[in-house]
Ligand binder design. Structure first.
Ligand code: WTA
Length: 651
């Protein structure tokens, strides 16, 4: 990361502060009584069918229970209560399809559609605690599906549409999903990218020796009129089944700790982790942060978060936070360049978007395309910008504010993770004096620290590990099927402090600067990828003897996947016949994991740099991939290896 420009400061305008939802007193209230503060938020922002009396049960760390004797229905909170309060006509979703079709759906209409779908799920035998896999493009049915699952107390597992059949299969199996909701395909870059074939392939891949198939039905939305295969009895069309269902559905209350969803994310091993979130605490923090960090005035604002529902940002800041708060929001199906660069700005202009939440990688690619494109649109409705996914470099921050935000909008840089469920560190607009590149301050009610390897707190100015020192309402409750891995990954190191896996430093004012991952997790375009997972995909190919994957700095995507592979000697001849071994392996990774994991570069090498104990020295590979002078090689078992690799790559 470039050197922080700590001299740059942007104080909130008086006008913004005068109408801001958040005020400095929030920090004081939370500091005076942290649990009382969260209890207040839970009572104010969430409707409970049975009020809670217990705020936090931390008697068995790290297994937390928040508001556990309370009961609620998450979907009721996102839908019915707004209708009951006379706001049924308010638009919940302005949906924009990539080919230019669009639908505006009111809270009353969304409630009805979710009720019908909930009735269908029940008719299909899905009940409380059952798992439903959702593999959909960004269409309204994706949100309807999530809320319908939540409404009946079942658990959704959304799988990003860019993941392959293999990835889908392993997620379906790990969760034991009973139902899969998918579409024929979704619009991307001017054509319909198929989804249903991946579901068919995943479900056909059930080997004789594997566990029993858990999936009973596949519910299919017709989005793109693609021709698809059909399994009678198993497959059902959404448009046949949902509209004929009753539009009334009673939202039963479920315990606050009823599981709400599982979301798989990459860790340091080859196997993705099923991060488990529950209901009451999650909804409380999602709603609180959405309201205060995005300064939500639901009667006036038009909010747009560009994340796909396949990621945590889509869960917390497209579905649960905004809808719990009764917001009007935009969702968009396609890519920013379809049909031409500038599509996002067209959407902002069309819907008069006020609040825009996106990722630094998108900002950097817009910078590359040139300022003329956004400047040619009327973006004057924007009043607040947000960033998530990776540190936003100060250059991109300034460009974002100058060009998109007319030099006046605040930018909130929000640090959080799939595991934290909701925003943890961020400025509060109208309160915080902004500093480009820094995520700044833990939100009220959140306690973090920066510690050294031994867990000792570090003074300002020193870099260390980011830990969360107190349990928080939207914290993960575990890893699905793997309580040991949960303890081992996040807690074993420092007892009851949560280790985020990010490096960080506080500056002289105490503002937090994130420094990237400290483990073998890469961040490519704001998406988490595991080096180990891609390595195991590579070695699963018949050509590969060994593979090492690293995240190399990349100007647009933050990091890029770079792989070094050794071809098996028995396969050398075969590999030689293939014109482009790298292309074959890249495609293979796409099939095994998904297109997002395909390495940018694959280098075929004869050896990998290893220590005497056999550990691959990724640091040296990173030097090579980033075009630097190779660092200290004295701990290598064979010091000549790096010379061979570097000289090869230069040719
Ligand atoms: C990184 C996304 C710096 C970080 C919500 C974290 C960030 C990982 C920021 C989580 C930010 C996310 N500044 N780094 N504002 N936001 N990260 O689970 O490394 O997909 O650990 O959640 O993204 O990625 P995840």
């Amino acid at each position: 990361m470039s050197t922080p420009h700590t001299h740059d400061r942007f104080a909130p305008s008086e006008e913004f502060s005068a109408h801001a939802i958040a005020g400095p007193e929030l920090y004081e209230e939370a500091a005076a009584d942290r649990l009382g503060f969260w209890a207040d938020q839970a009572r104010e922002l969430v409707s409970w069918s049975t009020p809670f009396t217990s705020v936090l049960d931390w008697s068995n760390p790290p297994f937390a229970r928040w508001f556990h004797d309370g009961e609620l229905n998450v979907a009721y909170n996102c839908l019915d209560r707004h209708v009951a309060a006379g706001r049924g006509e308010r638009i919940a979703l302005h949906w924009e399809g990539e080919p230019g079709d669009s639908r505006s759906i009111s809270y009353a209409e969304l409630t009805e559609e979710v009720c019908r779908t909930a009735n269908l799920l029940t008719a299909l035998g899905v009940g409380q605690g059952d798992r439903v896999a959702i593999y959909l493009p960004m269409i309204p049915e994706a949100i309807v599906s999530m809320l319908a699952v939540a409404r009946i107390g079942a658990v959704h597992s959304v799988v990003f549409g860019g993941f392959s059949a293999d990835s889908l299969r392993s997620r379906i199996d790990d969760a034991g999903a009973k139902l899969v909701i998918t579409a024929d395909g979704g619009w991307r870059k001017g054509k319909v990218t198929p989804l249903k074939p991946a579901v068919d392939q995943a479900l056909a891949a059930r080997g004789g020796a594997g566990p029993q198939e858990t999936v009973e039905h596949v519910l299919v939305v017709n989005r793109g009129d693609n021709v698809i295969d059909w399994v009678p009895g198993r497959d059902l069309w959404w448009h046949d089944e949902v509209p004929v269902m009753d539009a009334e559905h009673h939202p039963a209350g479920f315990p606050a700790e009823n599981p709400l969803f599982i979301l798989y994310t990459s860790g340091t091993t080859g196997k993705p982790k099923g991060i488990l979130h529950t209901s009451g605490g999650y909804l409380t923090q999602a709603a609180f942060t959405h309201r205060t960090v995005f300064d939500l005035h639901p009667e006036q604002d038009v909010y747009w978060c560009t994340a796909d529902i396949g990621w945590i940002t889509g869960h917390s800041y497209v579905v649960y936070g905004p809808l719990a708060n009764g917001a009007t929001q935009v969702i968009y199906e396609g890519t920013p360049e379809s049909p031409a660069p500038g599509r996002w700005w067209d959407i902002i202009e069309k819907y008069r978007v006020t609040t825009f939440y996106t990722a630094p990688t998108a900002v950097r690619s817009f910078m590359k395309q040139g300022r003329e494109i956004p400047l040619a649109r009327d973006l004057s409705s924007l009043r607040l910008l947000g960033s998530v996914g990776e540190p936003i470099n100060p250059e991109a921050w300034r460009w974002f504010r100058e060009i998109v935000g007319a030099g006046t909008t605040p930018i909130v840089d929000t640090w959080w993770q799939t595991e934290t469920g909701a925003i943890m560190v961020s400025a509060l607009p109208g309160v915080t004096t902004l500093k480009p590149g820094s995520a700044q301050t833990p939100i009220p009610g959140i306690d973090i620290d920066i510690v050294d390897e031994a867990g000792a707190p570090l003074p300002n100015g020193q870099s260390g590990l980011l830990v969360v020192t107190e349990p928080w309402p939207s914290m993960l409750r575990g890893i699905w099927n793997d309580p040991e891995r949960f303890v081992e990954t996040y807690w074993a190191r420092f007892g009851d402090r949560y280790v985020a896996g990010d490096g960080a430093r506080r500056d002289e004012d105490g503002d937090v600067w994130l420094l990237g991952r400290v483990d073998d997790v890469m961040n490519v375009s704001g998406h988490r990828l595991s080096t180990a997972e891609i390595e195991s995909a590579l070695v699963a190919h018949e050509f590969t003897a060994e593979a090492a994957v690293i995240g190399a700095d990349d100007e647009t995507t933050g990091q890029a996947v770079v792989a070094f592979v050794i071809i098996k000697s028995s396969q050398l001849e075969h590999a030689h016949q293939v014109a482009d071994v790298a292309a074959v392996l890249r495609r293979h990774v796409g099939e095994q994991i998904g297109a997002i994991a395909r390495p940018r570069d694959i280098y075929v090498v004869e050896e990998l740099p290893k220590t005497r104990s056999g550990k691959i020295m990724r640091r040296l590979l990173r030097d090579v991939a980033e075009g630097r002078e190779v660092g200290d090689t004295t701990s290598l078992a064979d010091t000549a290896v790096m010379q061979t690799i570097s000289s090869r790559l230069r040719h």
